[in-house]
Design a protein around this ligand. Structure first.
Ligand SMILES: Cc1cc2nc3c(=O)[nH]c(=O)nc-3n(C[C@H](O)[C@H](O)[C@H](O)COP(=O)(O)O)c2cc1C
Length: 358
């Protein structure tokens, strides 16, 4: 039978009732880096998604690069997340935590004046979002070879913390120009050691992180997110199709819960992205594939019918439509998201979008 958004799907050990995934969405509403009751309400409102992927969540203080982001590196955060996972489970939902290290997309203000770390000392163009407002990115410090195992260990510890916090799995954030993506692409990685240069070397850190996190969770509860065509955060690569088809060949060695692809966005095309087509990625990857980026119900069903993906994640539509599943089911009109309330603030533009019939 041809799959559609309402066909059930097996993801790792979980039978999901639909293929509608809530994309990871940073909302900057966790003062002191601790998840809040308001966040609990927000995620519970969206528990009818086949799968929720949380907002990107720093694995360590070194991994922080934005204000008011909830972490997963101390006991208070673990306890606070546990309340959220229990509440989502009580509503019948499934929730994966997105593990995040920002690398160079940060500012010394977050690190007691120390420089952010990156594969190479190359400053991204643009500004960091800090507690004092926007400030130009600085040139980061290139990680020493001896420090790389400690990065892998930060992922391992955070993965353990996520397990304690009661999540159903974790998604390794390898997309959107953050640390692991910075290692993958030659626009940001100019290393000459085992972690730079060849495709094998640039993919090494991500693969080591997958192995470490899978030892904690079992590989069937680990997802990976990539953005092969992404230009966000000043990203570029000389031959992205070659890089990402090579990487997907490596990922085929693991039986991951899923691979999550951020498709080329309009903004990437405006920034001159070398687009890697979803069809090429689908051919290269043999496991479960989630796609994301500019989908609505019709386009989502189309990509499933064309067998270019197995599930579809929705970002901005999920910000404005807590009952997106129900709205898609009966073809109801959608609420319009308000970008002015995406980042920071309170319940306005967060938990106050109306449900159908409310
Ligand atoms: C407000 C906002 C916050 C986002 N935060 C994250 C994030 O924390 N992690 C991530 O991987 N992507 C993040 N994204 C990207 C989305 O997950 C998604 O890939 C993007 O919005 C495109 O999908 P859409 O067209 O359905 O919105 C964010 C996007 C928006 C609009």
């Amino acid at each position: 039978m041809t799959p559609h958004l309402f066909s059930p799907i097996q993801i790792g050990p979980y039978r999901l009732s639909n293929r509608i995934v809530m994309a990871p969405l940073t909302r900057m509403r966790a003062p002191e880096s601790i998840p809040t009751e308001l966040m609990q309400r927000y995620y519970c409102q969206r528990a009818s998604a086949g799968l929720i992927i949380t907002e990107a969540t720093p694995i360590s203080t070194q991994g922080v690069g934005y204000p008011a982001i909830p972490g997963i590196y101390n006991d208070v955060q673990i306890k606070a997340w546990k309340k959220i996972t229990e509440a989502v489970h009580s509503k019948g939902g499934r929730i994966f935590l997105q593990l995040w290290h920002v690398g160079r997309i940060s500012h010394p203000d977050f690190h007691e004046g120390e420089l952010p770390v990156a594969p190479s000392a190359i400053a991204p163009k643009g500004d960091a979002v800090t507690y004092k407002g926007m400030q130009p990115f600085v040139t980061p410090r290139a990680l020493e070879l001896e420090e790389i195992p400690s990065i892998v260990d930060q992922y391992r510890l955070a993965a353990k913390n996520a397990l304690t916090a009661g999540f159903d799995g974790v998604e390794i954030h390898g997309a959107n120009g953050y640390l692991l993506d910075q290692f993958l692409r030659d626009g940001s990685n100019q290393r000459t050691d085992n972690y730079g240069g060849s495709l094998e070397n640039r993919c090494r850190l991500l693969l080591e992180v997958i192995v470490a996190v899978s030892k904690v969770w079992g590989v069937e509860r680990v997802g990976v997110r990539l953005s092969p065509s992404g230009t966000f955060n000043d990203m570029s690569d000389s031959e992205p199709e070659k890089l990402f088809t090579y990487l997907l060949g490596q990922l085929n060695r693991f039986d991951l819960a899923y691979l999550h692809i951020v498709d080329a966005l309009e903004s990437d095309i405006r920034h001159g992205a070398k687009v890697v087509e979803l069809s090429a990625l689908r051919r290269a990857y043999l496991g479960t594939l989630i796609t994301c980026g500019g989908y609505d119900s019709a386009k989502g069903n189309q990509v499933l019918v064309n067998e270019l993906a197995d599930a579809v994640a929705f970002g901005e539509l999920y910000i404005a439509n807590p009952d997106l599943v129900e709205r898609f089911r009966i073809n109801a009109p959608l609420n319009t998201p308000d970008p002015s309330t995406y980042y920071g603030g309170d319940e306005k533009g967060y938990t106050d979008y109306p449900f159908l019939n409310s």
